[in-house]
Design a protein around this ligand. Structure first.
Ligand SMILES: CCCCCCCC/C=C\CCCCCCCC(=O)SCCNC(=O)CCNC(=O)[C@H](O)C(C)(C)COP(=O)(O)OP(=O)(O)OC[C@H]1O[C@@H](n2cnc3c(N)ncnc32)[C@H](O)[C@@H]1OP(=O)(O)O
Ligand SMILES: Cc1cc2nc3c(=O)[nH]c(=O)nc-3n(C[C@H](O)[C@H](O)[C@H](O)COP(=O)(O)OP(=O)(O)OC[C@H]3O[C@@H](n4cnc5c(N)ncnc54)[C@H](O)[C@@H]3O)c2cc1C
Length: 672
């Protein structure tokens, strides 16, 4: 036993090396594709080196794992300020900063400053306001957050109760929290970090309400960070995950701010109290749309990190017997294990292509909007709402399955999977709760479908709704057809069409039976969400197929991505077979073939599984997982992780002297 130590072997675990040696493609080539080219990969590596050469980033992992909430928050403030300083020093672009956040894989305490406060100033402030506040924010002379959600309302923005009442006498707004349910509750970086907040409040002029608008409010003194008069602010408490962030509450007691503190790009209040709007009424919702797009990319990062951990661990973990004559196999050999993890692997690549396509559409539409052309806004709102919901829902669910696939060790914090699931879980809720956002998409689809029925030519993501369903014949005529990506995509498209068509007809029928519209809609909400999910699934499959088709890469890379794409599509049809049969997108024969294909693809993906996750090129510090480390020395790293555990500091824990010792003494003396 004396040879057992917690030192990490210098060499790669031979079981993992064996996997790398048999990869059918060049991993580096795929890494460059994932990061958008060789230059971007190199830049990412340089940033990684810059960050991780600072020992603090390693120490931070320990605080995260073993520190108290307050210690974790403090370390995260330190991490935020280090990154902010580096950003200024190296003049990082937004893209470089995003890369740094990807490398860190963790919520920063001051995260909202860059995630929402600055983007909101960019989108909602006039040029004059930007030259003042955006400059201050970018130079970190003020630190801010985005305070919209209230205790009583997060989803229904028209229900927000915080008021901004204009006082023409003093040319000020009076910011007020009239009730308990009106207090801001949830904004990140609000509780302890921010000295300013962009407060979203109902504008009132001469007793009349003008909807939700953004107001810049100073919360804390710039000298000593003390809370200003009329302001009550604090942390809302520990959460399931993301505890480095001080999500906060805020109560404003008739706090006065100058008129110019209303961000007036989309609507203005003149000094004498006249209200004028510019652009569509939802222009003030612009920042939310940006984050919805980013959540799709986060979902890719979450699921690809989970897949990396699950696959590397499954390649070094041996358990039970397959061949009774042979040694215990790697658990990755079990078909059931592959079936638990490979959907997450395929999903990673699917979400990579889908989020890339969505980001491109967002950037194009944003450029148009900046020029005052809002025609793409409804399409983009609905596409981003649907994909945000779809990607977050599927990635969080899949990572939890991967966690379970790692057996007992997956339950340890050191595995990194529980923390990942808990940190990622709010993606389902933030920036619009998923069901609500699916329903936004459903509402749009119904309108487009009605347009198509009345002969309108549709464009964009819903253009297929003008198809003639009578012309559909399932494009899979034989088992080999199942590998045809275009055919699989057509199946998804038709299933979506039929799901939309059924619910649209049902809503119409209910309304024609004299049901009020809101009753008819509520009676069909479950099917409306189903339609939005079917549409989103189709878009993701389509983006994956088109992304792979458009790739300029070596034949082995194209082959392996086509295999993954085929598996992703086949797996979805098998998982939701009821829906596909019900919509008659496939028949029983086709379903059987597709299910067979899905299983045989597991075996085809198997030899490349490790290489496919290596291509994500996650640094060990980024993954923060003893099970998923690059060298595959999982057992040594698990044992090593116990060294930092404060529970192991003393040979005899103080609780022994306090409780266990007296208890044992009492028991030993007892005559019973
Ligand atoms: C490996 C990595 C590991 C780490 C992982 C880290 C993960 C970390 C996780 C997470 C961190 C991310 C960072 C967190 C930050 C969070 C911040 C926040 O949460 S800020 C609060 C967000 N709040 C919402 O999003 C409210 C949601 N509600 C709404 O947006 C609206 O109220 C809505 C859409 C539900 C309804 O809006 P109505 O009630 O005003 O209006 P109606 O009547 O339904 O619609 C009117 C019209 O407006 C359009 N519309 C609505 N929103 C629109 C928009 N944004 N743009 C354009 N049109 C819009 C609609 O389509 C509709 O159009 P027609 O009338 O049908 O033509
Ligand atoms: C970690 C985290 C960070 C956050 N950060 C911020 C931040 O920085 N700034 C900020 O302003 N906010 C923030 N939020 C708040 C967040 O944006 C809201 O929680 C979110 O928008 C959901 O709103 P809600 O909590 O009101 O949910 P609710 O609307 O109360 O949802 C509860 C249930 O009601 C259902 N429901 C509600 N309305 C409908 C409907 N119309 N049709 C059908 N079902 C419905 C939902 O589907 C859900 O099942 C954060 C939240 C979290 C968890």
């Amino acid at each position: 036993m004396s040879e057992i130590t917690s030192s990490i072997p210098l060499q790669i675990n031979p079981d993992l090396q064996e996997e790398r040696d048999k990869a059918s493609f060049n991993v580096t080539e795929l890494t460059h594709i994932i990061y958008g080219g060789i230059e971007k990969t190199k830049k990412r590596k340089r940033l990684e080196k810059l960050l991780f050469s600072d020992p603090f980033f390693q120490e931070y992992q320990n605080v995260r794992a073993f520190g108290s909430r307050s210690e974790y928050y403090a370390a995260s403030v330190k991490k935020s300020t280090k990154i902010f300083k580096l950003r200024r020093q190296h003049k990082w672009t937004d893209e470089e900063y995003e890369t740094v956040l990807d490398i860190c894989h963790d919520d920063l305490a001051l995260t909202l400053h860059h995630t929402m406060f600055i983007p909101a100033l960019e989108r909602l402030a006039t040029e004059d306001q930007k030259s003042k506040w955006l400059t201050l924010a970018k130079q970190y002379k003020i630190i801010g957050t985005y305070a919209q959600t209230e205790l009583g309302h997060g989803t229904y923005l028209q229900g927000l109760e915080t008021t901004a009442t204009y006082d023409p006498q003093t040319r000020e707004f009076v910011m007020n929290t009239p009730t308990l349910s009106a207090m801001k509750w949830w904004p990140g970086s609000l509780g302890k970090s921010s000295n300013h907040a962009l407060v979203l409040a109902t504008l009132i002029i001469s007793g009349k309400k003008y909807g939700m608008h953004p107001f810049l409010v100073q919360l804390r003194s710039m000298d000593d960070h003390k809370v200003l008069p009329g302001v009550r602010v604090g942390d809302i408490g520990a959460k399931m995950g993301g505890n480095s962030v001080d999500n906060g509450y805020l109560i404003l007691d008739n706090v006065r701010i100058p008129r110019n503190n209303m961000l007036m790009k989309n609507a203005q209040v003149s000094p004498d109290g006249k209200f004028v709007t510019r652009g569509p009424s939802k222009a003030n919702y612009a920042t939310m749309m940006l984050i919805r797009v980013q959540i799709c990319t986060m979902a890719y990062q979450v699921v690809s990190s989970g897949a990396t951990i699950g696959i590397r661990y499954s390649a070094v973990r041996r358990q039970s017997k397959l061949d009774p004559q042979d040694r215990e196999p790697k658990i990755l050999e079990y078909q059931t294990q592959q079936y638990k993890i490979f959907p997450g692997l395929a999903m990673s690549y699917a979400f990579l292509f889908a989020s890339r396509s969505l980001t491109r559409k967002y950037e194009e539409a944003f450029a148009e909007i900046q020029r005052g052309d809002f025609k793409s806004l409804p399409e983009l709102h609905c596409l981003s709402s649907g994909l945000k919901s779809f990607c977050s829902e599927h990635s969080v669910r899949q990572v939890e399955i991967i966690r379970q696939s790692c057996g007992g060790h997956g339950y340890l914090n050191a595995a990194g999977l529980g923390m990942l699931v808990n940190a990622a879980a709010p993606m389902i809720t933030v920036e619009g709760e998923n069901t609500v956002m699916y329903l936004q998409l459903a509402r749009y689809i119904l309108k487009r479908f009605a347009g198509a029925m009345s002969g309108q030519q549709l464009d964009g993501s819903t253009s297929y709704l003008s198809m003639d369903p009578a012309t559909y014949v399932c494009p899979v005529m034989s088992e080999t057809d199942c590998r045809n990506l275009t055919a699989l995509c057509d199946i998804y498209r038709y299933r979506s069409y039929m799901t939309v068509c059924r619910v649209a007809r049902q809503v119409q029928h209910d309304m024609e039976s004299d049901m009020p519209q809101h009753v008819a809609i509520n009676k069909n909400l479950v099917d409306l969400v189903r339609a939005a999910k079917a549409h989103s699934y189709y878009i993701v499959v389509k983006d994956f197929v088109e992304g792979v088709d458009a790739l300029v890469a070596s034949a082995p890379v194209i082959k392996v991505l086509r295999t993954l794409c085929c598996f992703y599509a086949a797996h979805g049809i098998a998982e939701y077979s009821g829906d596909f049969l019900e919509s008659e997108a496939v028949g029983l024969h086709q379903l059987k073939w597709i299910k067979n294909l899905q299983v045989s693809l597991l075996g085809e993906i198997r030899p490349d599984a490790v290489a496919l996750v290596d291509a994500f090129d996650y640094h060990d510090i980024t993954l923060s997982s003893a099970l998923g480390c690059y060298d595959g020395n999982a057992y040594e790293r698990l044992f090593k992780s116990t060294e930092n555990d404060p529970m192991n500091k003393e040979e005899v824990h103080p609780s022994y002297y306090q409780y266990l010792k007296p208890f044992m003494e009492e028991m030993n003396k007892s005559k019973l």
